[in-house]
Design a protein around this ligand. Structure first.
Ligand SMILES: [Ca+2]
Ligand SMILES: [Ca+2]
Length: 215
């Protein structure tokens, strides 16, 4: 009897926790791919590891209702906060893999008119498989100013709308010398994130029934 009561209580507690999850838990994720389009490495510190036309893949995402830190209605400034909402980006290229550290403060800037701009930037604490880069950035720019309207994090993105610039870049700094690598984004696809609540509740309900029946 005690076990059954415990199972009911656990199911109820988890159910209410999921149902009561705050709205920031709605992540918007996109996957990207493209190829290296520009390499600024005047001192050769990258040792030729990256070449023009080399393919890359990556992803980025942000929570839908991060708090806007700028009161200007045409300018949105958002900061990642492990407790409130995430801003993430990652890139895989030339055998290297970089991604923003969830504990660090990646930022998102959105500008609406006259030129629409979306910039995701991870300025520090990047997790890397090898090359210790100092910055990872995604830049979308539309000189027509029609790609977005408003300064909220967009819930949908269409690459064709950003016809001025769509770039992923990283910076490598070594002994005061800087190298920059830019990749032109050629595809951008929303990633559907499954809603965990329904599946989790069904699984817990089934577990509860199974345990009850066993007694
Ligand atoms: Ca604003
Ligand atoms: Ca606009």
């Amino acid at each position: 009897m005690k076990t059954r009561l415990l199972v009911v209580l656990v199911v109820a507690a988890v159910g209410s926790a999921v149902a009561g999850a705050p709205a920031w838990a709605t992540p918007l994720d996109f996957s990207i791919s493209g190829e290296i389009s520009q390499i600024d490495d005047p001192d050769g510190i990258l040792g030729g590891q990256f070449t023009l036309g080399m393919p890359f893949t990556g992803s980025f995402g942000y929570d839908s209702d991060l708090e806007d830190l700028d009161s200007d209605p045409t300018l949105g400034r958002y900061l990642a906060n492990p407790a409130m909402g995430q801003i993430e980006l990652s890139m895989q290229v030339g055998g290297e893999s970089f991604r923003s550290n969830p504990q660090a403060r990646a930022n998102l800037v959105i500008r609406d008119l006259p030129t629409d701009l979306l910039v995701l930037n991870s300025p520090s604490s990047i997790i890397s498989t090898g090359l210790p880069i100092s910055q990872l950035e995604l830049l979308l720019r539309d000189s027509d100013g029609t790609a977005i309207s408003g300064d909220s994090p967009p819930t949908s993105l269409v690459l064709a709308d950003w016809d001025d610039r769509a770039l992923m870049s990283f910076a490598y700094l070594r002994r005061g010398r800087l190298a920059l690598v830019f990749g032109e984004i050629q595809s951008l696809t929303p990633v559907t994130v499954p809603e965990p609540s329904t599946g989790l509740l069904v699984a817990l309900g089934t577990l509860g029934c199974t345990l009850s029946r066993r007694r």
